[in-house]
Design a protein around this ligand. Sequence first.
Ligand SMILES: NC(=O)c1ccc[n+]([C@@H]2O[C@H](COP(=O)([O-])OP(=O)(O)OC[C@H]3O[C@@H](n4cnc5c(N)ncnc54)[C@H](OP(=O)(O)O)[C@@H]3O)[C@@H](O)[C@H]2O)c1
Length: 215
Amino acid sequence: LRNKQEGFFVTTITMIGTGRMCSALGRVWARAGHSIIFGSRDPAGRADVIAGIPGARVVGIDEALAAAEVVVIGTPFTAVAPFAQAYAGQLRGRLVIDITNPFDNLPDNRVSGAELTAQAIGQGARVMAAFKANFWESFETPRSSEGIVRDVHFVGGDEADKALLSRLITDIGFQPVDCGDLKNARVLDVMVPLLLELDRRYGANRHSSWKFLGT
Ligand SMILES: NC(=O)c1ccc[n+]([C@@H]2O[C@H](COP(=O)([O-])OP(=O)(O)OC[C@H]3O[C@@H](n4cnc5c(N)ncnc54)[C@H](OP(=O)(O)O)[C@@H]3O)[C@@H](O)[C@H]2O)c1
């Protein structure tokens, strides 16, 4: 982390994937002053992703990981374990934020997607789960139409990592909510299909969020 000006830290965040989540999240982080690198399987073909994102670049996966302070995995869930195994050497020791949703692809509902990501990276993995129930459409509106700040629920095992992620969440205007250890990612995983069900039933049109009242 570099101290850019008093009280503000620029974090180099590598987004693995150039889809809806990574581009929407990368955009708001870049606007907040962070340095965004997109890692793509086809950087030339995805050059359009950085349009209008201040200072961002899109490069191959190896180059993107080399510069990363924080790695955000935003691929389809089924691509996560193969990616984590293939790049385990570069991911070990780095803070990895798994934002992917397994839905029905888990081998066993007693384990979470993020735990499988940590297993695939192996010894030295620093994996957190976050943003799982935050629709990509919501990043431009951190406050709901009622003026309520949206939550980002996250889990992980390290207090310093949690402090850094909390800061990254407040930097984009959302409320960080620490939901405990990595194993609680099992609960976060299943909150996503429930939110989708509520979103459909109440016609929220993907502008819904979970909110913990009590902070
Ligand atoms: N959509 C939401 O609102 C939302 C909310 C919370 C969480 N999530 C989760 O976030 C993840 C990304 O969602 P998304 O909506 O951003 O998906 P998306 O638009 O389909 O983007 C996925 C990106 O992953 C990359 N990728 C790497 N390996 C891949 C593979 N084998 N097949 C296809 N793409 C691959 C691709 O980038 P390159 O081609 O450049 O490599 C692609 O642009 C998913 O796990 C999803 O469950 C989504």
